[in-house]
Design a protein around this ligand. Structure first.
Ligand SMILES: [Zn+2]
Length: 327
């Protein structure tokens, strides 16, 4: 006989990125019980993608304690709004325009689903399971292909009217500056996310004849530039110094508005470690509003890559009110 009073103590977190869709069953303590993934770009048709994801979620749940033990599902995806439940004009995903992913998954899966953008869910993940645990006012900045961010005020995330609160990556740093992927010019993201760092390296190489390992590299990425820093390459070191200086200005402006107790940096680029972070700190302290100078902690997330995205979407899953077609 079905137990209608079963307390559901597990959720499923889904992380959609342009190349891979990962999903996992996670318990109330944040333990990952089981996980799997498939290539996102094999499913350029939206209906095929939703069918594949639904099928995979059901299989994983059935193989690990049963679908009836799952409370809800949280989905993290670039350009998604938790307010509309839609992916809205994602630049790097195969599905264009407005994609009502939350409604599509809820219809097929029959339980509560919440969809939010990756910046928002990484904030939730840091708050529930990571470096921001116990904090009320903090900023999370994710540095990778893009620059995502969200901030919490008095213990709640600030979503804004449309669910995009905290988009510091697309605030203007340089008037008529570099072209940004969003279509504007001079955005912070265009200088400090992955492509921006590579562009800075190319500009530095063009400015002088100084020898550099970067000149002979087949391709450049923040990871490769960091390796050259470790080998003492001066232009590589200068690349991260400039990046850190500009990021420090962006974060100082952000902190001066929000007055957080901490800024938590996450994402692939934080692996540049001291080559970047020390310069961010120096620039931050010299640009931030005087009354909060020395009082905002700049932290690097202690959640692992891969784990962070899943835990963030699970934190979102716990926020959505429970609902089931099967009761
Ligand atoms: Zn932009």
């Amino acid at each position: 006989m079905q137990n209608t009073h079963l307390v559901k103590r597990r959720v499923i977190g889904v992380d959609i990125s342009n190349d891979r869709t990962s999903f996992a069953i996670v318990d109330v303590r944040g333990n990952i019980i089981a996980q799997n993934h498939f290539p996102t770009d094999d499913y350029k048709d939206l209906n095929h993608f939703v069918s594949k994801l639904t099928e995979e979620i059901l299989m994983l749940a059935e193989a690990n304690g049963g679908y009836e033990t799952i409370r809800s599902i949280g989905v993290s995806c670039p350009s998604a709004s938790v307010v509309s439940g839609c992916i809205e004009n994602a630049a790097n995903l195969p599905w264009k325009g407005l994609v009502p992913l939350e409604a599509m998954l809820r219809d097929r899966l029959g339980i509560a689903v919440a969809v939010g953008n990756d910046a928002h869910t990484s904030g939730l993940g840091e708050h529930m399971y990571g470096s921001a645990h116990g904090m009320k006012n903090f900023i999370v900045v994710s540095l990778g292909v893009g620059l995502g961010s969200c901030f919490f005020s008095e213990g709640r995330e600030h979503l804004g009217m449309k669910g995009y609160g905290g988009e510091v990556g697309h605030t203007c740093l340089v008037d008529h500056g570099r072209k940004c992927a969003c279509g504007k010019e001079g955005c912070l993201e265009a200088y400090v996310a992955a492509n921006g760092i590579v562009q800075t390296a190319q500009e530095l190489m063009a400015e002088s004849d100084q020898p550099s390992l970067m000149r002979d590299a087949k391709e450049l990425s923040p990871r490769i530039i960091k390796e050259f820093c470790d080998q003492g390459d001066e232009l590589a070191i200068e690349t991260f110094r400039r990046t850190g200086y500009l990021l420090g200005i962006g974060l100082a402006n952000y902190a001066s508005l929000v007055s957080p107790e901490a800024i938590i940096l996450t994402g692939g680029i934080v692996h540049a470690e001291q080559w970047l972070i020390d310069h961010v700190r120096d620039s931050f302290e010299s640009h931030v509003f005087g009354n909060i100078r020395g009082k905002v902690r700049l932290l690097v997330s202690d959640l692992n890559d891969g784990e962070r995205e899943i835990l963030g979407s699970c934190a979102l899953a716990w926020e959505v009110p429970e609902y089931s077609l099967f009761k």
